[in-house]
Design a protein around this ligand. Structure first.
Ligand SMILES: Nc1nc2c(c(=O)[nH]1)N[C@H]1C(S)=C(S)[C@@H](COP(=O)(O)OP(=O)(O)OC[C@H]3O[C@@H](n4cnc5c(=O)[nH]c(N)nc54)[C@H](O)[C@@H]3O)O[C@H]1N2
Ligand SMILES: Nc1nc2c(c(=O)[nH]1)N[C@H]1C(S)=C(S)[C@@H](COP(=O)(O)OP(=O)(O)OC[C@H]3O[C@@H](n4cnc5c(=O)[nH]c(N)nc54)[C@H](O)[C@@H]3O)O[C@H]1N2
Ligand code: SF4
Ligand SMILES: [Mo]
Length: 721
């Protein structure tokens, strides 16, 4: 006899984990009990051709998110400081009216937007969110891009003509892999979707190849690599300059097939002559001998790839560093080569249909920081809110983000948010940032909406395609992100121009009907595989629920180029002048003493500022610690496990010290995304665990000047017992 007479059969769904960039296929078992949809289990989908069953512990957190009693499921409005549930109609009306009123009173730019990382994992938000952002007509657009991958976009925009034409390591054919400032064993790869990364790194070594990790910390990735070199935070630019110098001095530059597209490549030599490895070794901590050897081995390998990520991008010379990394790959002939850095061939290719990028078309009002692709650096957000004058930000829409915990000088931003007239959030949690909201519009969680990885198929180490229908049908009272954005757009336009509201409704009717998945369907049907995989479409993918492998990455020059003349624009005039700043910073600033430098770290069971409300993700409690080297600990009289104060120009935090030889001397390593003990939020679990925000130390005034990207690695701090 069934335990529960209303219990239906378990259903299996082949879906995709959206929590990081690895796109792991998952098998989700669901059950309906007494009319309630339940997730019974989540395991890796062995039949998924891309991830082949791989998952990390976070996959199960998708269930915890779904079950979380703290998650908000209906729109919430703040009335006299208290949250009240309201209907969707009321909420959309209230949000649009607040935005409209602010714009009428203070101008369009008075309403800002901040878009967080989870948007990148949400094709609905990516494809339909822009209708709303365009309708806002505000220049004050911010996102997590400027605490992350902005340098990559600028390099690709300049060199290849499109901000998202970023090559990835062809890891399965690679024989020499240098990883600078990336820890894929914790992050599962970034701008490199790569499930089973540990296995793949081992495979390189089993073939007789080499994996070299360059990092101020002996990370999990360093532990499984052939070699690890400690580097002093923020000095990667010097390392790269010296690697290029060594390449020329050893006569190893060999750009082969690339000269056809970038004839000036050999001229790079002129810019790097001063940076011999002998000159840079003291600053970087990597000896001249090591640099010469590394360069020689890399050049002589059959295929090689030099990959730099977070640690290399989000630092003082992040853009120049990423540029030099690209030049190094090119000068060794490893761009667009099997086993090297390759462009990908996604099935639904949005690149031709999206903005190629634009640089410095506008500047922030207060500090004059450059916009990239219509977005300003988020380091300028607080001052744009608090500095009076024409164009001052008076309201903000925060979509899937938590900048109080994730952007520099979070405390300052927290205070700035308090002064806003109106805040709208699109999020299913009340977090440290949107607790300042007047209204929160909660979308469903990832498994409850259909999913297509429009962004990450583009950055994957193998071409593949997969569509995941929602595991549960959308209920009457539920909304997806794109529906929220489209409703807001329509309402805002109706308020602006009441006479044309019917016309406006008509305009959007087609979009409601099309849906973002319909847009993907069009892209698939007109994409490069439409003829190969007969009739490739969303329907094909519904019939192939595990996804379809589309083969290895292919050489793609000059096709991959978006430049008018189909050549690679080396843009020396844009990047190389920054070398002057490098010289000034490292060699001419007399008496500049950098005591200790702060760097970040990721943990396999954290995801930026969220997932800490899932008990299963934080069982192993205190991982929000300040790691320091034993020599520094004894110099500052610090004992393992004791509380220490870490200070920077902008603030201080009190945190538990963890003494470990895994970090190099002179480094303090603290994870980000913690600090849930703020007033006005109701995390039942996250608030009960210790943790402080390291972004109360990071400094909004220190920037990578070429891009305006934040500096979250290599921030000067002091420490005391
Ligand atoms: N010191 C330091 N700071 C860092 C970093 C670092 O390495 N060191 N890393 C930086 C990087 S790389 C990034 S990308 C940023 C991330 O910074 P943000 O993007 O600002 O923050 P997240 O923690 O990703 O924001 C997650 C929020 O989105 C919500 N959310 C999740 N899924 C959805 C969804 O489907 N729809 C909606 N509407 N909301 C959703 C969650 O509930 C949560 O409130 O942090 C940056 N900050
Ligand atoms: N589990 C988990 N996975 C994630 C995320 C998460 O929060 N948790 N976040 C996702 C996001 S948004 C992103 S952008 C990716 C990021 O993915 P990764 O780029 O792999 O980022 P991290 O794991 O932070 O690794 C950065 C490394 O840079 C090192 N580093 C710091 N400063 C320097 C420096 O000056 N020079 C050099 N050479 N190295 C330095 C750090 O010690 C660290 O090991 O991860 C994604 N995946
Ligand atoms: S590695 Fe983990 S978080 Fe990333 S997609 Fe796979 S299961 Fe999800
Ligand atoms: Mo990120």
């Amino acid at each position: 006899m069934p335990l529960d007479s209303q219990q239906n059969e378990d259903l299996k769904h082949f879906s995709t984990c959206t929590l990081c960039e690895a796109m792991c296929g998952i098998e989700v078992t669901t059950r309906q009990t007494n009319g309630e949809n339940q997730i019974v289990s989540i395991v890796g989908d062995k039949a998924n051709p891309f991830s082949k069953g791989h998952v990390c512990p976070k996959a199960k957190a998708l269930k915890d998110l779904y079950d979380d009693p703290d998650r908000i499921k209906s729109p919430m409005k703040k009335v006299n400081g208290e949250w009240q549930e309201i209907s969707w109609d009321e909420a959309i009306e209230f949000a649009a009216k607040g935005i409209h009123d602010t714009q009428v009173k203070h101008g369009n730019n008075a309403v800002a937007t901040y878009l967080g990382n989870p948007n990148a994992h949400n094709h609905g938000a990516i494809l339909f969110g822009p209708y709303f952002f365009r309708a806002l007509k505000s220049f004050n657009r911010f996102s997590a891009t400027s605490v992350d991958q902005l340098p990559h976009h600028i390099v690709s925009y300049k060199l290849f003509g499109h901000q998202n034409q970023i090559p990835v390591t062809d890891i399965d054919n690679n024989e020499y892999f240098i990883i600078i400032g990336g820890n894929p064993l914790a992050s599962n790869g970034s701008i490199m979707s790569v499930p089973y990364v540990k296995k793949r790194l081992k495979a390189i070594q089993q073939k007789g190849g080499k994996v070299v990790v360059i990092d101020p910390k002996k990370t999990e990735t360093a532990e499984v690599s052939s070699e690890h070199l400690f580097i002093k935070p923020g000095t990667d630019v010097l390392l790269l300059l010296s690697m290029l110098n060594s390449l020329f001095s050893q006569n190893l530059a060999n750009p082969e097939h690339l000269l056809e597209f970038a004839k000036d490549l050999p001229l790079v030599e002129d810019y790097v002559t001063n940076f011999t490895p002998e000159k840079t070794e003291e600053a970087t901590g990597i000896s001249a001998e090591q640099v010469h050897r590394l360069v020689k081995e890399f050049s002589e390998a059959q295929s090689a790839s030099c990959y730099g990520r977070m640690g290399a991008s989000v630092q003082r010379f992040g853009t120049l560093t990423q540029y030099l990394i690209m030049l190094f790959n090119m000068l060794t002939g490893n761009l667009d080569k099997r086993g090297g850095m390759m462009f990908t061939q996604p099935a639904a290719d949005y690149l031709p249909h999206s903005g190629h990028g634009s640089l410095a078309k506008g500047h922030t009002r207060v500090r004059g920081l450059p916009a990239f692709a219509g977005e300003y650096p988020v380091s300028a957000l607080a001052e744009e809110i608090t500095t009076p004058g024409e164009g001052q930000i008076k309201a903000i829409v925060i979509g899937a983000g938590n900048p109080v915990l994730t952007t520099p000088n979070g405390q300052q931003l927290d205070n700035a948010f308090k002064s806003l007239d109106f805040v709208v959030a699109v999020d299913f949690y009340i977090n440290e940032s949107n607790r300042h909201a007047d209204v929160i519009l909660p979308p469903v969680t990832a498994l409850e909406r259909d999913h297509y990885d429009i962004v990450f198929h583009k950055f994957a180490v193998r071409n593949s395609v997969k569509y995941s229908p929602a595991v549960f049908p959308l209920l009457e009272e539920q909304r997806t992100d794109w529906q929220i954005y489209l409703s807001l757009t329509q309402k805002l336009e109706a308020l602006r121009d009441p006479e044309n509201s019917e016309q406006s409704a008509l305009k959007y009717k087609a979009l409601w009907h099309k849906t973002p998945t319909g847009v993907v369907d069009d892209l698939l049907k007109t994409g490069r595989y439409a003829k190969l995989v007969s009739g490739l479409s969303i329907n094909t993918l519904i019939n192939n629920p595990h996804g379809i492998d589309l083969g290895e990455l292919q050489s793609d020059l000059p096709n991959a180029l978006f430049t008018k003349d189909k050549s690679i624009n080396l843009s020396f005039d844009f990047f190389m002048p920054d070398i002057k700043r490098v010289n000034e910073y490292f060699y001419n600033e007399v008496g500049k003493e950098s005591p200790l430098l702060l760097i970040g770290r990721r943990h396999l069971k954290s995801n930026n500022s969220w997932l800490h409300n899932s008990k299963r993700m934080v069982k192993d409690t205190t991982r929000c610690t300040a790691q320091i080297h034993p020599t520094d600990a004894s110099a500052f009289g610090i004992e393992n496990g004791s509380l220490v104060t870490v200070r920077s120009r902008v603030g201080q935090i009190i945190i538990e010290a963890e003494i470990t030889e895994k970090v190099m001397r002179g480094v303090v390593c603290i994870p980000h995304g913690w600090g849930h003990n703020k007033q006005g939020i109701q995390w039942q679990h996250a608030q009960s665990i210790a943790g402080v925000s390291c972004n109360d130390l990071t400094d909004e005034m220190i920037l990578d000047e070429l891009s305006g990207n934040a500096v979250l690695n290599g921030v000067p701090v002091t420490i005391s017992a």
